[in-house]
Write a protein that binds this ligand. Sequence first.
Ligand code: NAP
Length: 232
Amino acid sequence: MPTLQECHVVVTGGTGALGSAVVKALVEAGAECHVPAIETAVPAGRLPAGKVSVVPNVDLSDEASVAAYYAGLPPLHGVVNIAGGFAWAPIADSPAKVLQQQLSMNLVSCALSCREAVANFRKAGRGGHIVNISARPALNPRQGANMTAYTASKAAVAAFTVALAEELKGEDISVVALCPSTIDTPTNRADMPKADHASWVKPDSLAALIVAELGLRDPIHSGALIPVYGKA
Ligand SMILES: NC(=O)c1ccc[n+]([C@@H]2O[C@H](COP(=O)([O-])OP(=O)(O)OC[C@H]3O[C@@H](n4cnc5c(N)ncnc54)[C@H](OP(=O)(O)O)[C@@H]3O)[C@@H](O)[C@H]2O)c1
């Protein structure tokens, strides 16, 4: 396990199912975590005490809100963009509102956070790590039937990641995206009680991969879109 002692890391979506596992793993690796939460209050006990700063009322799809949040942060080692959301929406149920909501939750939140992360790294005069969360249908859109808006928004996150990595070549800033298949979360178990839960990606395993990613010394695979399919 790499050590991230003294490293400040932003985890967007850090109060969610995957996010809270990532925050826990980062704290165990020695990092100080910063979590912008859209909620007005985060229930005690959801995140480890100490070394985690949660700021409520941050809407990551709002430019001013994201800029104000990042303005209060110290020099960062890395940013993990987990905030996002899913919509099961066959095409007949996919009006502009659903498309815009999916793009806003998944692409805009990620892009605005990346923008502020790069500004933070540049201000400190050093490199940094960005890990975005896309999804398996972004790499294989044939799996995106009945979730076209979600698939398109996660494919946009993947394309954004590769393009940004190219733009930042030479600045020691790594930008990658993980593309998980179904994650073993309480919501997914409730929605799919008869599915093969053993084949799903465990949040703790994804968290360990993210800690390892943040522990890399060089941006050796910046621009990578990494499949994380568990046993599926
Ligand atoms: N679960 C899966 O099977 C799966 C598979 C592949 C990829 N993913 C992706 O992995 C990520 C995490 O999934 P998860 O299952 O852990 O989801 P989750 O539990 O719903 O967590 C998502 C988090 O993002 C936050 N969020 C959403 N929009 C936001 C905004 N505009 N501003 C600030 N925070 C915002 C949510 O806050 P609130 O809850 O307060 O809204 C929540 O804390 C998502 O990007 C998801 O698309 C998930």
